[in-house]
Design a protein around this ligand. Structure first.
Ligand code: ZN
Length: 219
């Protein structure tokens, strides 16, 4: 099934499907759990459009490439072109908020990191970004103070609040836009709180964003 951006209330969303721009480390507790140094500047990477799949479709894990970890993240849908933008402008350009999984081939990523190579093959594979329906911006008037959690088979694995981000949502979008144009239909992932871990076939996931629940299942 071809992925398209959609609003939760079913109203139409006429934005193309663009790239996904992500930040590697943005919650302190997650940086500590992986024993990573605190970055001086945000670590950015991109997932291509082929990474995007609807969260309500069965999640396909790559086969034979080691552990595939869940990273639950607030996703921001970009509605207007941003280039060298300020945070205020970035906020006005938001077309919606959703929740995504930044699926990560952790064993492969660790090997790549050891060699000093880019993470691309561990992060940007087909289907590596299951994405929920979007809430309209007015549904989340305080996006920098919302709870975010992931349950796997009924057990809480990740829990955080967007207040814990080191780089705030709109500052992050502004910073990203100094490196890459953010175009209408692009998606920004804002980092994951602690608790990342492997997914296995048959896992049932509940992602919660500010009280809105989205379910998913690993094929
Ligand atoms: Zn991530």
């Amino acid at each position: 099934m071809i992925y398209q951006h959609r609003y939760l209330d079913g109203s139409s969303l006429h934005l193309p499907v663009g790239k996904v721009v992500c930040i590697g480390r943005n919650y302190l507790d997650h940086i500590r759990e992986l024993n990573n140094p605190i970055p001086e500047t945000p670590i950015l990477f991109i997932k291509p459009t082929t990474a995007l799949v609807a969260l309500n479709q069965p999640i396909q894990l790559p086969v034979g490439r080691g552990e595939c970890h869940h990273e639950v993240e607030l996703a921001v849908l970009v509605g207007q072109l941003l280039q060298n933008a300020e945070a205020k402008t970035a906020r006005q350009a938001v077309a919606g908020y959703g929740v995504a999984l930044d699926l990560t081939l952790r064993d492969l990523q660790n090997e790549l990191k050891k060699k000093g190579h880019p993470w691309e093959t561990a992060k940007a594979f087909d289907g590596s970004c299951p994405l929920s329906l979007f809430l309209k911006p007015e549904a989340l008037p305080h996006p920098q103070a919302i709870d975010l959690s992931l349950r796997v088979n009924g057990e809480i694995r990740q829990q955080g609040n967007t207040q814990q981000m080191m780089v705030g949502i709109f500052e992050l979008m502004a910073y990203m836009s100094t490196h890459f144009s953010l175009q209408p239909g692009d998606v920004v992932l804002t980092g994951t709180p602690a608790g990342v871990g492997p997914l296995t076939s048959g896992d049932v996931l509940i992602l919660n964003l500010a009280g809105y629940e989205f379910s998913a299942r690993v094929a």
